[in-house]
Design a protein around this ligand. Structure first.
Ligand SMILES: Nc1ncnc2c1ncn2[C@@H]1O[C@H](COP(=O)(O)OP(=O)(O)OP(=O)(O)O)[C@@H](O)[C@H]1O
Ligand SMILES: [Mg+2]
Length: 349
């Protein structure tokens, strides 16, 4: 396996000199996280940017911009520049990343950083070049790429270099990635462009159909996080504010867990099906490892209440939720960055 010049360069330098100007980035549909070499995770922000419409000047980024979603008027717009795991608005992505890189860098590090970025395993050449261009225009000197499932596996402590097969299921904002990892590579995978965003959309669609209530994506997400559940237990109620589209006036409805369960049914079934399909694609030797070791769930969607137990009953396999489902991917990428020569074969050439 050839070693790229970048990896050779990184390895060749004395530790603690220029090396410490490297960072790992998990550029997600919902959240962006940055790990600074030698420091750890220094930034965790929603992938949202608010821009002035006329000039494209950045008004806000991250949490502040997320609070503006669905609330901006004619002079500016709050944008989520990624969808389904890939960049859909290049200008907004570049502007957002430039801010994030600036926030993550310490004062001592004025040089342009080297960046290791996590990308979905099913990414196309065109999408890869969009990520590279956005990062370079945002200030990166060099860009290295690693498949997200490999970074996530390292982040949850799976020994990826071993021969035994391990399955990681990452349920993010825009994608669900099922991957079987063995011998430092992805032996089988199944990726669908469905994740937490589709769950939010399903909640909005349900409230519209059932109660004639229009809610924004932020409200739908809040409802999901507060009382989303896929199993018939933990019954709860909560008030939801929205716009009654029949009367055209703001209304408050009380909805309960069974409403949400019904709303989620189809999307959750699609996610379960994706896991099943991933298992079907797994070579038999590795499948038998997974029977012993079970599946690790990562990504924010892993926190949806009852999903682990549903997957357990649907697959008959042990299911474990990662300790840090929202940050394990960037943590794994950070571990790769700290020992880039050891992990060089994981990088996308
Ligand atoms: N407690 C929770 N219950 C259910 N869903 C949650 C919870 N916390 C976060 N989420 C959802 O997790 C998703 C974000 O997860 P994550 O940050 O892993 O996605 P991402 O990495 O940005 O997306 P992707 O990997 O698809 O590009 C959002 O849809 C969010 O609503
Ligand atoms: Mg992700």
């Amino acid at each position: 396996m050839g070693i790229s010049n970048t990896v050779r360069g990184l390895f060749g330098r004395r530790p603690g000199t220029l090396l410490s100007n490297s960072m790992a980035i998990d550029l997600g549909t919902a959240n962006t996280l940055i790990y600074l070499q030698g420091r750890g995770i220094v930034l965790e922000q929603p992938s949202v940017v608010a821009l002035e419409r006329e000039t494209n000047a950045v008004v806000a980024v991250g949490s502040e911009a997320k609070s503006m979603l669905g609330r901006t008027g004619v002079s500016m717009q709050a944008i989520r520049p990624l969808k389904d795991g890939v960049i859909t608005n290049a200008t907004a992505t570049m502007a957002m990343l430039r801010e994030f890189l600036g926030m993550a860098r310490t004062r001592k590090l004025s040089m342009r950083p080297r960046v290791l970025v996590c990308v979905p395993s099913g990414i196309t050449e065109v999408e890869i070049s969009a990520v590279k261009t956005a990062l370079e225009r945002a200030g990166a000197r060099e860009v290295l790429l690693v498949p997200e499932p490999l970074a996530a596996a390292i982040g949850v402590g799976i020994p990826v270099e071993g021969a035994a097969g391990n399955m990681v299921v990452d349920i993010g904002g825009g994608t669900t990635e099922v991957a079987v990892i063995s011998l430092s590579s992805i032996a089988a995978n199944n990726s669908i462009r469905i994740g937490g965003d589709e769950i939010d959309e399903a909640i909005s669609a349900y409230l519209k159909k059932q109660y004639s209530l229009l809610v924004g994506e932020r409200t739908a997400e809040t409802v999901k996080i507060r009382m989303g559940t896929v199993l018939e237990e933990d019954e709860e109620e909560c008030e939801v504010n929205g716009l009654d589209f029949v009367n055209g006036i703001p209304e408050t409805y009380v909805i309960n867990s069974s409403d949400i369960r019904q709303a989620l049914r189809e999307v959750v079934a699609t996610i379960v099906e994706a896991v099943r399909h991933g298992l079907e694609k797994t070579p038999p030797e590795l499948a038998s490892d997974i029977v012993d070791r079970g599946i690790v769930l990562t990504g924010g969607g892993a926190l949806l209440r009852g999903l682990d137990r549903l997957l357990m009953s649907e697959t008959g396999l042990p299911i474990r939720i990662a300790d840090n489902p929202l940050s394990c991917t960037v943590l794994g990428a950070g571990i790769i960055l700290e020992d880039i020569y050891r992990y060089r074969s994981l990088l996308i050439q």
